[in-house]
Design a protein around this ligand. Structure first.
Ligand code: 13P
Length: 337
């Protein structure tokens, strides 16, 4: 029998509960340089290190952000950046009561002998990188793997996704970082909501089996699922009540109550849709803190408002606070459109 080190257990549980705290959720701002470039390109701003830094400073320096946001996921470059005035981003986040987090996966590549599916790289050297990120002030981490419903998904892709997430979660915990476990079931496809439920049940079953095998401390993780919805091209649409019903059914069947927080991704849903769906899930008490870890659904209007111009920083920050507050209310089931 392998005896597991307990070095960080208490701290992991504390960090996870700080992030999964009432009325708060995560700001996902960990776009890779390439993805951030696409976002900047959409508003005609050049993808330079300084422009990425300026945009991220706008986000995290929004006054009062910590009332609604408990954690911010950063890309490696951002973890080591500072404000124009010279304060490190890590310091600024901590001052605002926001836990700094870090994306640690190395992205997706084609999975040989699958149905054109992908697998997520980054386990090599992950222990050393996690130790460095902890030293730099990160206290949680994210690993995003994807599952494609139109591609099958094949059993080999599901297993690989689940096993990679479990190995990552164990390694991150070993270094004191709360792992966000994210097998993103993509929105693409014509499948109906029942098919989405079936695939989500399959991937979470595999993920929890391998996390248990790897002795992951469930009290010290956070999940980042996609909501259970019909595919983007399905002719039958769902309303928030139905999305909430299916998503909560999936969670109750697959997720132990030991897990403190479920922080959903927005996955291409509109800003309003993602808020309404979250609000519907919080109409009755849940065994876990059910909240958000949105990127696009928090940032779309912010980017459009900013346009790369200093004179727009304040109104862009107001747009961020508006979405963050709406989702904070939705976390408590109190959002009224
Ligand atoms: P979206 O909310 O834009 O889906 O992004 C969340 C995220 O971080 C995906 O990994």
């Amino acid at each position: 029998l392998v005896v597991k080190a307990l070095k960080y257990d208490e701290e992991l549980i504390k960090t996870a509960h700080k992030i999964a705290s009432k009325g708060r959720g995560i700001l996902a701002m960990d776009e890779s340089n390439a993805t951030c470039g696409k976002r900047l390109d959409s508003i005609g701003v050049e993808n330079t290190e300084e422009n990425r830094r300026a945009y991220r400073e706008l986000l995290i320096s929004a006054p009062g952000l910590g009332e609604y946001i408990s954690g911010a996921i950063l890309f490696e470059e951002t973890l080591y950046q500072s404000t124009k005035a010279g304060q490190t981003f890590v310091e600024l986040l901590n001052e605002s009561g926001i836990v700094p987090g870090i994306k640690v996966d190395k992205g997706l590549v084609p999975l040989a002998n699958s149905n054109g599916e992908s697998w997520c790289m980054g386990l090599d050297g992950l222990d050393k990188r996690c130790a460095e990120y902890y030293k730099a002030g990160a206290r949680f981490s994210k690993w995003r793997s994807v599952v494609s419903i139109p591609a099958g998904p094949s059993m080999i892709a599901l297993r690989d996704c689940a096993y990679g997430l479990a190995r990552y979660a164990a390694i991150a915990q070993d270094a004191g970082l709360v792992p966000i476990v994210e097998p993103e079931v993509m929105l693409d496809g014509e499948q109906d909501i029942d098919r989405c439920l079936e695939v989500q049940e399959a991937i979470w079953a595999e993920t929890f089996k391998y996390m248990a095998d790897n002795k992951v401390l469930f009290e010290g993780i956070l999940l980042k699922p996609a909501m259970v919805t019909p595919g983007a091209d399905c002719k039958v649409k769902s309303n928030p009540t139905q999305v909430a019903e299916y998503t909560l059914k999936m969670l109750r069947r697959r997720v132990p109550p030991a897990v403190p927080g479920i922080m959903f991704l927005s996955g291409g849903q509109s800003e309003l849709e993602s808020t309404l769906n979250l609000n519907a899930m919080n109409q009755a008490p849940n065994p876990w803190h059910v909240s958000f870890s949105y990127a696009r659904a928090l940032q779309n209007t912010v980017l459009k408002t900013w346009q790369g111009k200093t004179e727009n920083v304040q109104i862009a920050q107001e747009a961020l606070l508006k979405r963050a507050k709406a989702n904070s209310l939705a976390q408590q089931g109190k959002y009224d459109a």
